[in-house]
Write a protein that binds this ligand. Structure first.
Ligand code: ADP
Ligand code: MG
Length: 315
């Protein structure tokens, strides 16, 4: 797939309302102008701004509205990072198209356009909102629903990791439901910080949100597929309790407890949670990345397959 510089985005899509905003991007709904099967298809158009152009209403010196945290970068450098993010995201999305798509749990890229405003990624539309918003709305998840979420993220990660893609910024804000229905598929998206082992340089010094970042990323800047599994452990902990495993009043203290893998199931809310769920969280939140289960292994875990719940009913 090449950027279609000769064809204009506006020739093929009518750009409608804003669906979301990130640090360096605006995502809008788009309607195709040339219907293929009599229906005008709806898409999401993510516009990544080029150096020098700032998304309307967004300050230039922040790395993200929701959680994108840059560690060790002075604020003034962050504008020039936007170009690196842009190039990186396109490289990773192309690799996904070649080696992963179609996958029910990974966002699909339809097309890429480029003009003076930046690069437009035409993505599959997910109108069900972020996992983040469903967690906030529900307070916390029951184990069966949480297992369905974990299973889908693990399915997506297994396919990405097989293609040597590490997401590096896995969090509930970057998982979208395809539709508003309760059993909607969940999709991993936002590959701005991702790396592809063969050909992208990880964006040095830039990590995902601190709450989800692994100890090895903090201590050595070493990020691998296992780092995504740590983030999945954090997500699962939040799904079942409604609060994050590593909470502290300062970022410095938070980093310390992440590095030590210092979390607990002490709060009363964990009393009613199955030991199988806790065992899975503990294995994902293991400080040594080599001892963490892979996405493929998680998919066989009895809590994820539903076998441990059946066992509990029989006991
Ligand atoms: P950033 O890289 O700037 O964080 P994201 O890719 O996370 O940007 O997109 C920002 C927000 O836009 C998302 O959190 C989501 O709310 C919305 N969004 C992104 N992609 C889609 C999509 N394919 N369908 C619907 N909404 C989307
Ligand atoms: Mg995002």
């Amino acid at each position: 797939m090449t950027e279609k510089e000769s064809r204009k985005l506006s020739d093929e899509y009518e750009v409608a309302d804003v669906l979301g905003k990130g640090g360096f991007s605006v995502v809008r709904r788009g309607l195709s102008k040339c219907p293929s099967a009599g229906e005008r298809s709806h898409v999401a158009i993510k516009t990544l701004q080029r150096f020098g152009s700032t998304p309307p209403g967004l300050p230039r010196n922040r790395a993200g509205e929701k959680g994108l945290t840059s560690l060790g970068f002075p604020m003034w450098k962050q504008v020039s990072i936007s170009d690196a993010l842009l190039t990186n995201e396109i490289l990773v999305m192309r690799k996904i198209v070649e080696d992963v798509s179609p996958h029910p749990n990974v966002i699909h890229l339809h097309d890429v356009y480029e003009d003076s405003n930046g690069v437009h990624l035409v993505l599959e539309l997910c109108s069900g909102g972020e996992l983040f918003d469903r967690i906030v709305a529900q307070d916390k998840y029951n184990e069966v629903d949480a297992a369905a979420v974990v299973r889908q993220i693990a399915e997506g990660l297994a396919a990405l990791h097989k293609a040597n893609i590490v997401h590096r910024d896995l969090k509930p804000e970057n998982c979208l439901f395809q539709s508003t229905s309760e059993d909607s598929p969940l999709k991993i998206m936002d590959f701005g910080l991702s790396s592809v082992e063969e050909f992208t340089d990880p964006i040095v010094g830039l990590f995902g949100s601190i709450d989800y970042v692994s100890p090895e990323a903090l201590s050595q800047g070493k990020i691998s597929a296992a780092s995504d599994m740590w983030s999945l452990g954090v997500i699962l902990y939040i799904l079942l309790s409604g609060y994050p495993p590593f909470h502290a009043t300062s970022n410095r203290h938070k980093q310390q407890i992440i590095l030590a893998g210092d979390f607990s199931f002490d709060d009363h809310s964990w009393k009613t949670i199955s030991s199988s769920a806790k065992q899975l969280i503990s294995s994902l939140l293991t400080v040594d990345p080599h001892r963490r289960p892979t996405a493929q292994q998680i998919l066989q875990h009895p809590w994820v397959t539903g076998d441990s719940a059946k066992q509990d009913l029989m006991d």
